[in-house]
Design a binder for this molecule. Sequence first.
Ligand code: ATP
Ligand code: MG
Length: 402
Amino acid sequence: MRTDVILLRFGEFMLKGRNRIRFENQIVQQIKRVLKPLTKAALQKESYGRMYVELNGESYSEAAKLLGKVFGLLSFSPAIKTVPEMAALEEAALLAMTRLQKRPDTFKVSVRRVNKQFPHETFELQRMLGGHVLKHFDGLKVDVHNPEVDLRVEVRHQESFVYSESVPGPGGFPLGSNGRAMLMLSGGIDSPVAGWFAMKRGLRVEAVHFHSYPYTSERAKQKVIDLTRVLADYAGSIHLHLVPFTDIQTRLKESCRENLIITLMRRAMYRITEQLADKREALAIVTGESLGQVASQTLANMNVIGRVATLPVIRPLVTMDKLEIIPIAEKINTFPISILPYEDCCTLFVPKSPSTNPSLKVVERQEQWMEEWLPEAIRAAVAGTETMLVKPDDKSEEDRLF
Ligand code: ATP
Ligand code: MG
């Protein structure tokens, strides 16, 4: 009759009329996915929109860790589910109080009485349950304004929930509910964080990485696969597109003004990413750019580089400081991989003094001189792109798809 559950709460998207069912299906799918390792746990959905996880003996802390990876989940509460009867509520209230990590000095009971047929009115029920708890805990006092513990009791028609704690979830939108985007993923600190923010906003991302093999090593490639794997923990799986960029880079180096090579390389990257986006029916590009962070990210450079994109470019980190980005990278577990020392394709070709204020006209003129080979080289890079499906744990499941 009495079971341990986790009550789930969702963001404002769950209130949005026509899309509600779609959002709900998407989040249900994600919750079921993360809870798969806990084979006995079961997601329950009530007709009035309440959702909870029945633990059936599985560990709460394990479930809480997994739920922390479900975007759209606003908060959750470990709760006791019981029948809406007085004796059962008293028993659950006591149990909830004994389970608290630290014994409080003050508490209050807050009742939500959804079942209007329940024989006791809200205030009366609060008083009765409060009194029952007080009888069993010496020295405990009621404080209705600022209690250490707020014991919440929800009385519904078929069942009741008793809980006191609310743990914040990641928030945002259910994965995929806002469409698909291509994430330009380097091996650095920023772009994985940008990808995480994009996913949190409901975008299903596919990663695009440019490598300059053999100038960049297998280990550099593995680093990006590992970063994708960490992000895949939030999505179930992520497509990773590995683009051969050596040819374009070496030819750009031969043909353009040295201080413009980064700008031209980035424009080529955007063009390739757009072509891949078309193939994969993605409607946006996500990057880890942060205004002013390095020479290639001055406003002037962002302008000249961003001009080639026709899709919306989403830059979740654009106004963030490195010191704000790093704690997030640590929280989402990408940081230890990002700081591994393997070379990036761009650092190999960085000039002594890259332009911070390129002229769009000059850059476009340079590209006109490359008209004979650049568009074709871009098509070849797209054609030579290797795609793999990266999953969270099992390396053996990485299939070469195309
Ligand atoms: P990051 O920490 O993400 O590498 P960064 O501070 O090093 O960023 P840049 O190297 O200027 O910045 O790159 C800016 C953005 O361009 C990156 O955040 C990423 O989105 C994209 N980018 C850079 N290099 C690559 C690459 N080799 N493959 C894919 N995308 C890249
Ligand atoms: Mg970088």
